[in-house]
Ligand binder design. Structure first.
Ligand code: GTP
Ligand code: MG
Length: 226
């Protein structure tokens, strides 16, 4: 009983802060996306390819979450954009407070795109709103087609599924069609893009998706009263 109450309180506090962040992103026309997957599905590899394709003048920042190490931030810092690591200690997800704290040194008016790489976990991050415009779930071809059915919450809440590591399809017993079917059983109509960070397949579509969503974020800023 007590445990449920405490959990509810934490989630409510998070929600309030997330709404404030969302409002700040809207006011500045910043698109914020929250990348979520099991450990090792290829979030950082995709971001390496994504940043590599950005113009150096692009106003992009990345917050990357892990329990320990600065490894992912080091991998991403090479591309010359703003990057910060959030190490959670033992916490299995990022929350809105961590985002607010790590954003403090950056000015949102200097950004168009904020990418959050969540802690590798298909369960905990799904309960924590970070004020993002969209959650994006990654499922790799080595994880099994059944994951959307086993971990439905994150597939339901995500606008886009990136089916990653498709270069491995000839070598693994993974049925991409069944994975897509399972994802759409949980989330009918969910958009799905297949990508490989090794061969570059699908990256054009992914970059277009990001571009379109940035245009929408700017339009939202212009449409809403300040
Ligand atoms: N074959 C293949 N391997 C990939 C691809 N993307 C990532 N990998 C490999 O998968 C492993 C994990 O990739 P990461 O990008 O570190 O995965 P992550 O999701 O960021 O992992 P965490 O941050 O620890 O949750 C690395 O060895 C990558 O080289 C891909 O498209 N194809
Ligand atoms: Mg990573």
């Amino acid at each position: 009983m007590n445990r449920i109450e405490v959990e509810k309180k934490v989630l409510n506090e998070n929600q309030l802060l997330a709404e404030q962040l969302r409002e700040r992103y809207r006011r500045h026309g910043v698109l914020c996306v929250n990348l979520i997957s099991a450990p090792g599905s290829g979030k950082t590899a995709l971001l390496e390819r994504t940043l590599d394709r950005m113009e150096l003048s692009a106003r992009v920042a990345v917050l990357t979450g892990d329990l320990q190490t600065e490894n992912d931030a080091q991998r991403l810092a090479k591309f010359g954009f703003l990057v910060r690591q959030i190490t959670t200690g033992g916490t299995c997800h990022l929350d809105a407070k961590m985002i607010e704290k790590h954003l403090a040194e950056w000015k949102l008016e200097d950004l168009d795109l904020l990418i959050v790489e969540n802690v590798g976990n298909l369960v905990c991050p799904s309960s924590y709103d970070l004020g993002e415009d969209a959650k994006i779930v990654l499922l790799s071809t080595t994880e099994g087609e059944d994951k959307p059915l086993k971990y439905p919450s994150i597939f339901f809440k995500s606008e886009l599924m990136l089916l990653t590591k498709i270069d491995l399809l000839p070598y693994v017993p993974f049925k991409a069609e069944l994975a897509r079917e399972n994802a759409r059983r949980v989330h009918p109509g969910m958009e799905i893009i297949e990508v490989s960070s090794i061969t570059g397949d699908g990256l054009d579509r992914w970059m277009e998706w990001l571009q379109q969503r940035q245009v929408q974020a700017k339009a939202k800023r212009e449409a809403a009263p300040v």
